[in-house]
Write a protein that binds this ligand. Structure first.
Ligand code: ATP
Ligand code: MG
Ligand code: FE
Length: 346
């Protein structure tokens, strides 16, 4: 079975082919036009997707060594994301599926992130056979969910303000780093001391005297932002520049510290033996190593996607459709799919 995946929810134009569960191509074109603006400009993103979609899809099909006629199914992101950006990929997929007379499967981008942790990891079943705790940390979302083998899930915690990726990007911007600042902070932090300054880790038992925070699985990163802003204001620019790696390492430690602590606490509370982490921030090297250490300590099995599947990619969109197909929960042959902008609780 050949599945074509298409992803255009934000600033990556991506297409991938999955053959019998294996990723055989995954073409990702990251839009560079947003660099000068310090963030993604929605209208420019839509236009770039429009400009790139044909060549990216053709490249994915060619690299898979197949013809379009060999495709059995097309999966495309239907949301959440920038609505104009989502529409470009989804409408393209609708047209292509109709022309080839094959099913179109709308995919929820965040669900695709959740299950991307298992791409290429468990050939047999695609996901664990028991319930597990999933941490999704991306540019727009931060959430903990209890996921069941039938792919259903309960969200047990989410951010009440910024997402973890935003916390990286916005504090990085304050330090004058390029967008997106997450990978830049990751790189600079390698030469820094994470204990240089203790930035706040909100909504943890450690940050509040009340025990009730032990079972609080929500996140908050706005206080960290204010704290970094104040810190920069209190110090000379030369000091900040000289200690940039230390400050980056300290910010990174504050963000990843909260993520690890809450994920482990959720796993213990729900008595699961498996944990997964996915989304763009799961590419962060400090998060990967500290989550692995914590899971080893607690006897938990950890799944993290290969970094190419952490940030936005179409392989995870195709993989999501394949998982649903395997679980028999695929609703297909619907061409009248509507795009959606925000993630709604089910
Ligand atoms: P969403 O998935 O919520 O709709 P998005 O698709 O824009 O948002 P992703 O592509 O999953 O988000 O992730 C992008 C985010 O990941 C950015 O905030 C970026 O800074 C962050 N990121 C990527 N690599 C790293 C890294 N190595 N360290 C920290 N953050 C990173
Ligand atoms: Mg992106
Ligand atoms: Fe994403």
């Amino acid at each position: 079975m050949n599945i074509l995946g298409i992803e255009t929810s934000c600033d990556e134009t991506s297409a991938a082919v999955l053959r019998n569960g294996q990723v055989v191509s995954n073409v990702i074109s990251s839009q560079l036009v947003h660099r000068d603006y310090g963030g993604v400009v929605p209208e420019l993103a839509s236009r770039e997707h429009e400009r790139l979609i044909v060549s990216v899809v053709n490249a994915a099909v060619n690299q898979a060594n197949i013809q379009k006629n060999d495709l059995d199914l097309i999966a495309a992101t239907a949301g959440p994301g920038l609505i104009g950006a989502v529409m470009v990929g989804l409408c393209f997929a609708q047209g292509m599926a109709r022309a080839l007379d094959i099913p179109l499967v709308p995919v929820n981008h965040i669900e695709a992130h959740i299950f991307s942790a298992f791409i290429g990891k468990q050939e047999e079943s695609g996901t664990p056979r028991q319930e597990f705790i999933s941490l999704t940390v991306s540019g727009g979302h931060t959430m903990l969910a209890l996921v069941r083998p039938d792919l259903s899930y309960d969200i047990i915690g989410r951010t009440i303000d910024d997402a973890a990726g935003e916390a990286f990007d916005k504090t990085g911007k304050m330090l004058g780093l390029d967008y997106p600042a997450g990978p830049v902070i990751d790189r600079l932090a390698r030469d820094g001391d994470p204990g240089f300054h203790a930035f706040p880790q909100a909504l943890t038992a450690q940050s509040h005297s009340s025990k009730s925070y032990r079972d609080n699985f929500n996140f908050s990163f706005s206080g960290l932002k204010t704290s970094v802003l104040n810190y920069i204001g209190r110090h000379q620019p030369e000091f900040i520049e000289h200690h940039l790696p230390d400050i980056c390492a300290s910010i990174q430690a504050a963000i990843t510290g909260v993520l690890v602590r809450k994920t482990i606490a959720a796993a213990k509370k729900h008595r699961v033996s498996t944990v997964s982490v996915a989304g763009g921030v799961s590419a962060n090297s400090a998060l990967r190593s500290s989550m692995q250490n914590a899971c080893d300590r607690e006897g938990l099995r950890l799944f993290i996607p290969d970094t190419v599947y952490s940030t936005d990619n179409a392989a995870m969109i195709a993989a999501m459709a394949e998982l649903k197909h395997r679980r028999g929960t695929l609703q297909s042959n619907r061409y009248d799919v509507a795009p959606f902008a925000s993630f709604t609780l089910r």
